[in-house]
Ligand binder design. Structure first.
Ligand code: IPM
Ligand code: MN
Length: 349
């Protein structure tokens, strides 16, 4: 019996999570696994009413679950940054979900904004470090408010933090067993402290994985290759900030935020799965948002729990629906409502 903590969150989050749970229920009937869910109200609305975000008691409670299923965070009525750091980043850091795993896979060439790209050209995974770097929030103001003001934002990289991420990426590349190529995406030519550590660690760990081909690309060049030659990539490992940026571009070339899912992974603890798009306030409550990213996130969650067949079946069902039914992957243009898309995937299972 899997215990799943459900955080619908803000905006369209609850709507897409509902469809993901619908598909999970269909999968549980077919594949015979059992689960129970509990809802957690970590929202902007709750914050506005009570001032509460995620606290240490909530973290202890969440540690009793096998996984967390998250919809979206971000409420336009709350100052940007409060919910993001107080809910999403708090969960990632406090649960030490040190990997952010973001598959970039094109399901149908129809939805690719790049000319002439086919599904076999766009199929890679970004392993984003999820606990350090610029996201650590270290830094200071000097002479704040004066014309001589200085704002310092530190990228914090530890050998241990970098090594566990790189090791995960090598293991993942080996297990994925496709082209067995791991690309380090960095900026060794300018950020000479952080990327020196990353590169040294990468080269050392690489010696233990002679079956994995390694490569290096600067982050700026990486964005160029995503557009020009996405077929060059198999698995990419990078830091928190670069991973954040390149995976938005990754989402676009795979068909947009409507389809892009990710996992915040603690390989020894509680992991959290989410569609990578935001809370889409303007579509909230309209039954028009694309739930496929959330459905794919549910599939990733099942795979991570060990229900590999169920996870794969959900992905296959999504591929079929995307190819045979949907007019578009964009909100309001799918030709079906949010609930109908959930129904289609569940029925296809
Ligand atoms: C993401 C998001 C978050 C991030 C925000 C909402 C804090 O953009 O998951 O990529 O920057 O990591
Ligand atoms: Mn992002």
């Amino acid at each position: 019996m899997y215990k799943i903590a459900v955080i619908g969150g803000d905006g369209t989050g609850p709507e897409v999570v509902r469809e993901g749970l619908k598909v999970m229920q269909a999968a549980s009937k077919k594949f015979g696994f059992k689960y129970e869910t509990k809802d957690f109200d970590f929202t902007g609305q709750r914050y506005l009413k009570t001032g509460k975000l995620v606290d240490d008691g909530d973290i202890e409670e969440l540690k009793k679950y096998n996984a967390i299923y998250l919809g979206a965070v971000g409420d336009p009525k709350v100052k940007p940054g409060i919910i993001e750091t107080g809910v999403l980043l708090k969960l990632r850091f406090a649960l030490d979900q040190y990997i952010n795993l973001r598959p970039v896979k094109l399901y149908s060439s129809t939805y690719c904004p790049l000319k002439d790209k086919k599904p076999e050209d766009i199929d890679f995974v970004v392993v984003r470090e999820n606990s350090e770097g610029l996201y650590k929030g270290m830094g200071e103001f000097q002479k704040k408010g004066t014309k001589d003001e200085v704002a310092i934002q530190i990228s914090y990289n530890t050998r241990g933090g970098v090594e566990r991420c790189i090791r995960y990426a090598f293991e993942y590349t080996r297990k994925r067993n496709k082209r067995k190529k791991l690309t380090l995406c960095g900026k060794t030519n300018v950020l000479t402290y952080a990327w020196d550590l990353w590169e040294r660690t990468f080269n050392e760990v690489a010696k233990e994985y002679p079956d994995v081909t390694t490569d290096y690309a600067h982050v700026d060049a990486t964005t160029m290759w995503f557009v020009k030659n996405p077929d060059w990539f198999d698995v990419i490992v990078t830091d928190n900030m670069f991973g954040d940026i390149i995976t938005d571009l990754g989402a676009m070339i795979q068909g947009g935020m409507g389809i892009a899912a990710g996992g915040n992974i603690n390989p020894q603890g509680v992991s959290m799965f989410e569609p990578i798009g935001g809370s889409a306030p303007k579509y909230t409550g309209k039954n028009v948002i694309n739930p496929l990213a959330a459905i794919c996130a549910a599939g990733m969650m099942l795979e991570n729990l060990g229900e590999v067949k169920a996870g794969k079946a959900i992905e296959d069902a999504v591929i079929k629906i995307v190819a045979a039914k949907l007019k578009s992957l964009a909100a309001g243009k799918m030709g079906y409502s949010t609930q109908e898309v959930g129904d289609l995937v569940a029925a296809n299972l």
